[in-house]
Design a protein around this ligand. Structure first.
Ligand SMILES: C[S@@+](CC[C@H](N)C(=O)[O-])C[C@H]1O[C@@H](n2cnc3c(N)ncnc32)[C@H](O)[C@@H]1O
Length: 451
């Protein structure tokens, strides 16, 4: 059924009604460190992740009427949470992101339906247990990212990304995984299933507030927050798997290159989901430690802080992973090219009113590609510091739903822009009446375009 025809019915239903409840993030139940829910288990803290917007995305998927086991392509998969939801829904999932850590994490969680045999290491759980028992050892992480002593450090010279104790555990584990791989005891898929829990732990015990562009001056910073995790002893837990019976696949490509390749191969893509970066923050710099752990290529950097390299961000990745979507002058062109190249029945785009591409432009591009609708949700804005209140405490996150099989009918780009901005203005004034900081709406507000 055409997406447009479904709109009136959906406007009377909250996404909870169409079975989204299992994907609604609940802080108490879904903490990545201990939940056994496949979708949220060991999910890395990630800027722009859609953990709290899964209900909205599921609503957008429902609006297409495409049913599993159709093919769902997640072109900017990041933490992988949307791919995990699509996998759990039963879709045949193709998860792509050009960052090495994303490929590894998704290789584990999306690429495998069941634990791999780890025949030479006595099974998956045994391999993880062996890593947890290793004696600590000093290697790249300890030398570059940890202080000489956990109790007596010099904040002008020492990097404090990790306690030395945890840095040495990470070094021991990472070196062992490499050795197992070199000696042929594990293959690439098994390696990903060991690295994914290590990458999660590398986030969990880090002395940062989530990104690796800096670290706290002292454990937990001035307020000593999150010491329970920063000073905890790094221990790996096995990944949780979900078998959806599909041959799901993971890749590490530039989104445009992959879109062109799939088009040339005439791959049948039913839904392509686009969640490109929408602000200036480059993922390669923010998560450089995860890339170094994944690649284990010992980048050349000074061991101690010297000059401007306090955060030890690798130079190659600063320039090598420059995304057009991080730049106001380039994002629009990149999106146009991607929309043209993509051969998919439906193209879903998550974006925000704060994004690099102006809303009317974004809508124009979509309307040119096919019949366009949207669903949106009021969302608390991302703030690096809880001390710094943003001017606008909420914005709207929306998903544009483009049906590429038919031309657009209905409101034009400027009318749709007005509707989205109006919804946002309304949310901001409601938040102001409630006082800051305000909370995200617990369930998506369905403001599908009224016909
Ligand atoms: C907003 S995040 C995606 C978040 C993801 N949906 C989630 O829920 O975790 C954007 C992602 O796009 C990736 N990226 C940026 N430019 C890219 C490109 N040209 N090709 C492929 N991936 C890209 C980044 O590495 C980042 O993971």
């Amino acid at each position: 059924m055409a997406a447009q025809d479904k709109t009136p019915a959906l406007s009377n239903h909250s996404p909870m009604d169409n079975g989204s409840a299992e994907f609604v993030y609940d802080r108490a139940d879904h903490a990545a460190a201990w939940t056994d829910s496949y979708v949220f288990h060991q999910l890395i803290p990630y800027i722009g992740n859609k953990r709290k917007l899964l209900g909205l995305i599921k609503q957008a998927i429902s609006q297409t009427s495409v049913m599993p086991p159709a093919t769902f392509l997640d072109l900017f998969a990041g933490s992988g949470v949307v791919s995990r939801m699509a996998k759990q829904m039963g879709f045949h999932v193709l998860a792509n992101d050009w960052e090495p850590y994303a490929q590894t994490i998704n290789g584990c969680y999306i690429g495998n339906n069941t634990p791999l045999p780890f025949t030479e290491l006595g099974g998956y759980e045994n391999a993880i247990a062996t890593l947890n028992r290793l004696p600590p050892r000093e290697d790249w992480i300890t030398r570059h990212l940890c202080p000489a002593s956990d109790d007596h450090y010099d904040i002008r010279r020492d990097r404090l990304f990790y306690t030395r104790a945890n840095g040495m555990k990470m070094d021991a584990m990472r070196s062992q995984i490499e050795l197992w791989r070199d000696q042929g005891h594990i293959d690439a898929e098994e390696e990903a299933c060991l690295l994914a829990p290590l990458l999660y732990q590398a986030c969990y015990v880090s002395n940062t507030s989530g990104v690796f562009k800096g670290f706290h001056n002292g454990w937990g910073g001035q307020t000593g927050t999150a010491l329970y995790r920063i000073l905890s002893q790094l221990t790996l837990s096995p990944a949780v798997f979900h078998d959806n019976g599909q041959a799901n696949a993971v890749s590490r490509q530039d989104a445009l290159a992959l879109a062109r390749q799939l088009r040339d191969q005439r791959a049948a893509i039913d839904i392509a989901y686009l969640d490109p970066p929408y602000n200036q923050h480059p993922y390669a710099s923010n998560y450089h430690v995860l890339n170094t752990l994944t690649l284990w290529d010992h980048p050349i950097l000074t061991e101690k802080i010297q000059g401007r390299n306090k955060a030890a961000i690798r130079e190659d990745w600063r320039t090598g992973r420059r995304s057009a979507y991080n730049y106001r002058g380039e994002a629009e062109r990149a999106y146009v090219a991607l929309m043209q190249a993509l051969d998919a029945r439906f193209i879903l785009t998550s974006y925000s009113t704060d994004g690099m591409i102006a809303l009317p432009k974004l809508l124009e591009i979509c309307l040119r590609r096919g019949h366009t609708e949207y669903v949106l949700q009021v969302y608390k804005r991302y703030r690096v510091s809880t001390q710094r209140f943003s001017v606008k405490p909420v914005n709207v996150e929306f998903v544009l739903i483009v049906d590429t099989t038919r031309p657009h009918t209905g409101p034009d780009a400027s009318e749709l822009t007005q509707r989205i901005l109006l919804a946002e203005a309304d949310a901001v004034s409601r938040a102001a009446r409630r006082g800051q900081p305000c909370r995200a709406a617990p369930t998506p507000v369905d403001l599908s375009p009224k016909q």
